[in-house]
Design a protein around this ligand. Sequence first.
Ligand code: NAP
Length: 292
Amino acid sequence: MKDSYFANTELIGLVGHPIKHSYSPFIQNYALDVLNLDYVYLPFDVPVENLKIAVNAVLALGMKGLNVTLPHKEKIIKHLDELSEEASIIGAVNTIVNDHGKLMGYNTDAFGIIETLNPFKDKITGSKVSVIGAGGSARAVIYTLLRHFKPDEINIINRTQQRADTLVNDFSVKMRYDCFHTYELFPPDNVETLSSSKLIVNATTIGMFPDVEDTVTDLDESFNEEQIVFDLIYNPTKTKLLKLAESQGAKVVGGLKMLTSQAAKSFELWTGIEMPSSEIAEKLEYYIKKNS
Ligand code: NAP
């Protein structure tokens, strides 16, 4: 454990608005402490009109980098020098590295999704999958599915179908994939689409604390024992959707593994050192339960 901070301490920041519910400061500072690294990670509540100034501060203050969260993940791109392949296709950045004055943008959510779904790779490849949601994290899910898991068919189900259609147009061009179908989120109409999918991913905010009784569907015929159901939400660690899917025999996975894996990848990009992810995940689960 560090006793104090000295002249050489490196600064890493998190920018978002609002920011106070983020678990990233807990994860990153815990890992830095465990490994006794001379860095500190601080959250900064930055409204959109101050985003450019905040990015300039990274260079002016010689900061190591930033995490970027809602609502800045897309808007920050125009202030960066270079993007990784996944950040460029997804169209969103959650990690910035100050590489000797050059600002590099990455999207480590994709890595978190790979780590979460890898145990099910054989089942996903060549099969039909459904993604509920069409926001920033749904884009990261779709990029990762196409790049690493190669499903045969992807259904995108969203409250605003037009947003799903825009996403499809975008990915059809960028990743040359044409087996998409889009649907409006209306549970009675979605049963057949969901029940015939090997993988169902919830990439919406529905069911997130404190609205833990909400769910994208409560129709149990949408689920069966052949399926994997992945909910990106990490608070609660098991959503109402996952409980329902599990009761029908599906294999279920929450968002905690993705959260710690994306954080670990960002940590590695800044420090060059591997984060002790399993230890952090255990502490984080306890911390989330205590603070909910
Ligand atoms: P986002 O870009 O704001 O997208 C939100 C999505 O939720 C959209 O598809 C939106 O539909 C839908 N939605 C919101 N409220 C709804 C409602 N009342 N009824 C129906 N649909 C609704 O957010 P995001 O960044 O993609 O995040 C989505 C979720 O992923 C959040 O719960 C977040 O915590 C989680 N997440 C987890 C991790 C992790 O590491 N585990 C990482 C990133 C995100 P419309 O298009 O119709 O508005």
